[in-house]
Design a binder for this molecule. Sequence first.
Ligand code: UDP
Length: 433
Amino acid sequence: MWIGQRWTGCIDVKGKIALNRPELMQLHRPLKILLLISDTGGGHRSAAQALAEGLHARLGDRVQPVIVDLITDHTFWPLNQIRYTYRPMVNDALWLWRAIWRLGERPLVVGAIGPVFAPLTYRPISAYFRQQNPDLVVTVHPLINHAALRILRRAGLRVPFATVVTDLVTAPIAWFNPQADLCCVPTEAARQRALRHHMPPHKVVVTGMPVSLKFNVPEVSQEQRVAMRRQLGLCPDLPTVLIVSGGEGMGPIEAIATAVAERLAGAPPRSAPQGQIVVICGRNQDLQRRLAARAWPTPTSVQGFVTNMPDWMMASDCIVTKAGPGTITEALIMGLPLVLSGFVPGQETGNVPYVVDNRVGAYAEDPAQIARIVTEWLKPGNEELARMKARARALVRPDASLVIADHLLNLIPTPEGSASAVWKSRALPLYER
Ligand code: UDP
């Protein structure tokens, strides 16, 4: 097994290719890389898109990443409905989510996922794998980590298989499949968890959390922030708080936005508001409709699912969010202090101390308390806000998707197969002779 070798080429976010695998420049056809996700929340798709960006930045059109929600698009009812259960369960039946999480923390249960799901879903998924004939398979979701590898091997496809973990600290143990060739984790805490759950140490690498390279911009100046507010139709000179709650728009966003708006508007008679609000509702269209129909006491922009999150973050001074790992990492890269307003028990539990202990934000569930914190932060010349911004940028790795792309590409066997005897059986029509 060879996974140790790293690129010696420089990391260049402008898309120049700097590889020490020259044979990858002589491919007959693009490398096909399957990125397996499930659209539960928005984070897994965002991470897969970030990996696709990283791979393209390295190999241009010599790589063809394919993002696929395997469970929704290639299994059958009722399995293919799983993604639609996530928001209702977390919003309205948290006890059920907690019970599932606890079950999922039992090694015996996780050990049964592959043997149970692989035979059940073998036909459609193996047919899809054979039709795609990938050169590398990467899972970006814990649920499919075990069954997908089993099916791949049973279908006779001896391609490398990697996992990219997108939970910062309390990662579900289903992420860790010792049979995988590589496991990229975002933090040292996640690495320790992987090792405790029997991942061979040489397969686990701390890479940072994959987020889009579009977040990887130099420190945002006040002039740039003002210009971006203007571009987005916001008041250019008002301090801005961004309120978001994952791709699904979960939790008490309305109560939080109401409390923050009231507080920023100040006591009557209201003359000049202290700040403005952007509320991003994600895929929660009911919430978007309700909020858009309301009158707000301070300037408020209500958005649905946005595809330009870096712009909205660039326009903002701080963010209120549930403890989603994607949003947390994106905000930290952009230097935005965070108020965490809640967390999904289990995989997001550890994200709260990650933010609070690293002094890049606060935790508060009560909308009135959130409003107090935000109003304090947005006061002109708040020095703690400036310190938090600096700590935030220092905490994360903005080029993680490039680093992970390099590790993934290192799994592609050499034409001779000499360094990767495991893949000897694989024919190599991929390379020019
Ligand atoms: N997101 C987005 N548009 C939206 C709302 C969210 O692109 O309107 C993205 C956000 O930038 C992040 C992801 O969705 O990349 C949310 O991931 P996170 O881990 O924070 O939470 P999840 O939705 O997975 O629970």
